[in-house]
Design a protein around this ligand. Structure first.
Ligand code: PLP
Length: 437
């Protein structure tokens, strides 16, 4: 196997709910839902039954030969849930494919309406939008670009709204406007007639560590995109499918983006699945101008879509959106208390169950640890040994500072918090000792 991890992990044996067991019988609590994927927990029998049922009926039906009911139904249900006029659903098998589809739809729309000069997609730094070359070009993470620089079109970036790091006299609201107005400045710098879109995660994922912007940011970004005729693309690959306590994070601010990508939680790890959702006002002209020149063999795969439907059933039946909101708020409070005991806790942030803890050398100045310590990576490794799975981002090369994502499945209940908080406290204690030696 082409194995990329630096430290080899044990073999998985089985997983149930929020827990996972390796082949030696050691139990772990999955407090990151894998990579913020397993939103409804592991091995839910309702999803397994739905997938089996579909497998027995038809395991695969190629989209040019047959429509399939699982995909049709899921598309309909997603269009019902998607904000505003977003109603046309294009299935893919993951986040990068969803983002790639957004880029290509935006570009073909510009061509269809006679605006061929629009080709630039502005994004934020830092950010992560995927590993395929198109998605990578709009990803704000320099080390991932380096090997491919000669093969990629460099796309413009503006700073992510890291208001919590700012030392100025502005109110929180004004800081939101300050960061949003950077988009306008970049559009003017690039030439508005050349800009196709702006892409952002409504709540930052692993790149920024669950970064939430002031409300003013979201509204002003929408205004600017409207003013310059630029498509607003929401990357909800991580935030979508309920993780923030609403099915789509866009709902928190009542914003309707022009195109939206969703993946991870959509089939919640039971199958690879993603989707791009766009309005007819964008899809229609593209279809009328020779069709959407893009697609994947596994698009609308019946098994993946059966999983997607069953995951949505579980979210609805078990009220998991409410649980994500409530358990998320309660867990954030618990994480916040860590700051009383550990001066290295610089910030605890996030929305619903998309939460992150930032580690800093100096809480007053928010000075980060020296990259050589790999503080977040060390914390993750120490926690892992204690049976706690959290998600990390390496400090070295590109992102600022250290943060760990604490994002358990949306099924988590407060009586399970100790299984997260006890090993996390112990791990922080050990890390503190290591860093002060
Ligand atoms: N967009 C965001 C916000 C992500 O977090 C990710 C993956 O972490 C992607 C896109 C890419 O998704 P995938 O790894 O499924 O291709």
């Amino acid at each position: 196997m082409f194995y990329q991890s630096r430290s080899r992990r044990p073999l998985i044996d089985h997983a149930k709910g929020v827990y996972m067991w390796d082949v030696d019988g050691k139990r772990y609590i999955d407090a990151s839902s894998g990579a913020m994927v397993s939103n409804i927990g592991h091995s839910d029998p309702r999803v397994i039954a739905a997938m089996n049922e579909q497998l027995e009926k038809a395991s695969f039906a190629y989209r040019l030969h047959f429509e399939n009911d699982a995909a049709e139904t899921l598309a309909y249900r997603l269009s019902e849930r998607a904000p505003g006029d977003l109603e046309r659903v294009f299935f893919v098998s993951g986040g990068s494919e969803a983002i790639e589809s957004c880029i290509k739809l935006a570009r073909q729309y510009a061509l269809a309406i006679g605006q061929a000069q629009r080709s630039k997609i502005i994004s934020r730094f830092p950010s992560y939008h995927g590993s395929t070359l198109g998605a990578l070009a709009i990803t704000g993470y320099t080390p991932m670009h380096a090997p491919f620089a000669p093969m990629m079109v460099d796309q413009p970036k503006i700073p992510a709204p890291t208001c919590y790091l700012d030392h100025d006299d502005l109110t929180y609201h004004e800081r939101g406007l300050k960061y949003a107005n950077m988009l306008e400045a970049e559009i003017l710098k690039q030439g508005p007639e050349t800009v196709l879109g702006f892409i952002m995660e409504p709540v930052g994922g692993a790149a920024t560590g669950a970064l939430v912007a002031p409300d003013s940011y979201y509204r002003r970004i929408r205004e600017i995109c409207d003013q310059y005729g630029i498509l607003l693309i929401y990357d909800e690959v991580m935030t979508g499918a309920g993780r923030t306590g609403k099915y789509f994070a866009a709902e928190h601010w009542g914003i309707t983006p022009d195109i939206l990508a969703v993946s991870k939680g959509l089939a919640a790890g039971y199958a690879p699945l993603g989707a791009m959702i766009a309005p007819d006002r964008i899809v229609g002209p593209v279809l009328d101008h020779g069709g959407f020149i893009h697609g994947y063999t596994y698009a609308g795969n019946p098994i993946a879509c059966a999983a997607g439907n069953a995951v949505l059933d579980v979210i609805e039946e078990d009220n998991l959106l409410d649980n994500a909101a409530q358990s998320g708020a309660a867990l954030k409070t618990e994480l916040g208390k860590l700051a009383n005991d550990f001066s290295m806790i610089g910030d605890v942030r996030g929305l619903g169950l998309l939460l992150a803890v930032e580690l800093v050398k100096n809480r007053e100045t928010m000075e980060p640890f020296d990259a050589k310590h790999m503080a977040a990576a060390r914390l993750v490794d120490i926690a892992y040994d204690k049976g706690l799975i959290i998600y990390w981002r390496r400090t070295r090369g590109g992102y600022r500072g250290d943060h760990v994502m604490v994002c358990p499945p949306m099924t988590i209940t407060p009586d399970q918090f100790n299984d997260i908080m006890d090993p996390l406290r112990a791990a922080l204690g050990e890390l503190q000792d290591e860093l002060t030696l």
